[in-house]
Write a protein of this length. Structure first.
Length: 128
């Protein structure tokens, strides 16, 4: 199961992802009407599997800032927002980092609680 997310270049992973129409790296749902018995069982536990995934951010271009579970010790940041005004739910982590490599704290502080900001800081510094 982990390989479906972490080994996307593998031939058998490409075959499975194509067969079951897994477009996103880690889709919210993997339910399909017509599939094998084994695959029909996976959607029953998929939310638990998805909740346990922690992303390695790297350049941040493939990780959804609000929806993916990339911040240590917290749920997706969508749950920590203090407003929904003008938020692109599908924005990537990269969109919140300036050209200098630092977080856009001014933007983030308008949308997130202080606790969520601290979690981001600790995740990016690997300390706290």
């Amino acid at each position: 199961m982990q390989a479906l997310i972490t080994k996307s270049a593998s031939h058998w992973v490409k075959v499975l992802r194509s067969k079951y129409k897994m477009v996103d790296i880690c889709p919210e749902s993997i339910y399909r009407n017509s599939c094998s018995y084994v695959w029909r069982s996976l959607p029953k536990v998929w939310n638990e599997v998805r909740d346990k995934i922690i992303w390695s951010v790297l350049n941040g271009e493939t990780i959804k800032f609000w929806m993916d579970n990339w911040v240590l010790d917290t749920s997706p940041l969508w749950d920590a927002r203090i407003t929904s005004h003008s938020i692109n739910k599908m924005a990537t982590v990269r969109e919140f980092v300036g050209d200098d490599g630092n977080w856009k704290w001014g933007v983030l502080s308008a949308w997130l609680s202080h606790l969520a900001l601290l979690h981001i800081y600790c995740t990016s510094k690997s300390r706290c």
